[in-house]
Write a protein of this length. Structure first.
Length: 224
């Protein structure tokens, strides 16, 4: 059973997949990327059974394109963004962005990655986007944005809270939710997986209490 997974959800998905395999006879194989990239692959015929997006928009597109089972979609997590750096002095809050005493700022590509879009919205809300525009470097996904910071190619970056909450290195500032639109992450069963018992069981598991425990551990909010 093949699952297309938004890059921010890599760590949580791996743990959920292990728990799912322990409790069932099924194995989930994950492929990661930005939500936009994964959607493009699905439309082009990539052999995925399930799509776990980092937003609601790409799932809606998959349904409209006839690639997904309409009544299977649901919100599985609420994402949070964090400003992450290996230098603790760069994660003390919005004043760091206003003072701009750093070189490069990494974000995910806002056109294809919901976490990148949320980062842009946060900078706009703080009134710093225009000032910081020349310092921004965009990764194809939030995973690449994190890697830019981790490798030292960027001084700080907007990443997923799930990527840094349990990280042994670096520090982060949790961006207030009021600074960007909610990151509602939707899941959907794709037409290829419509007859797959494993795919349906995985989606049921993802919406259950065991997965919810893992989601909270990684800093995701739960849908109401």
């Amino acid at each position: 059973m093949a699952v297309a997974v938004a890059a921010n959800f890599r760590e949580a998905a791996a743990e959920i997949g292990e728990e799912f395999e322990d409790q069932t006879e099924h194995t989930a194989v994950f492929s990661y990327g930005s939500s936009g990239q994964l959607f493009a692959q699905i439309v082009q015929g990539a052999p995925f059974d399930i799509f776990l997006s980092a937003d609601r928009y790409r799932v809606s597109e998959a349904v409209q394109a006839g690639e997904a089972v309409t009544d299977s979609r649901f919100t599985y997590a609420i994402g949070r963004i964090a400003l992450f750096s290996l230098d603790p002095s760069l994660t003390t809050g919005p004043q760091v962005l206003r003072k701009a005493r750093f070189g490069r700022l990494a974000i995910a590509q806002p056109r294809t990655a919901p976490y990148g879009k949320a980062a842009v919205e946060a900078m706009e809300a703080l009134g710093v986007l225009e000032t910081l525009a020349s310092r921004i470097v965009s990764g194809q996904s939030v995973a690449q944005a994190y890697q830019f910071v981790h490798s030292g190619n960027a001084d700080l970056g907007f990443v997923s809270l799930a990527q840094v909450r349990t990280s042994p290195i670096g520090e982060y500032w949790l961006v207030p939710e009021r600074l960007h639109l909610p990151i509602r992450q939707d899941a959907v069963l794709l037409k290829r997986g419509a007859r797959s018992e494993a795919a349906r069981e995985f989606l049921s598991f993802l919406g259950g209490s065991d997965a919810a425990t893992i989601l909270v551990q990684y800093g995701y909010g739960l849908p109401q």
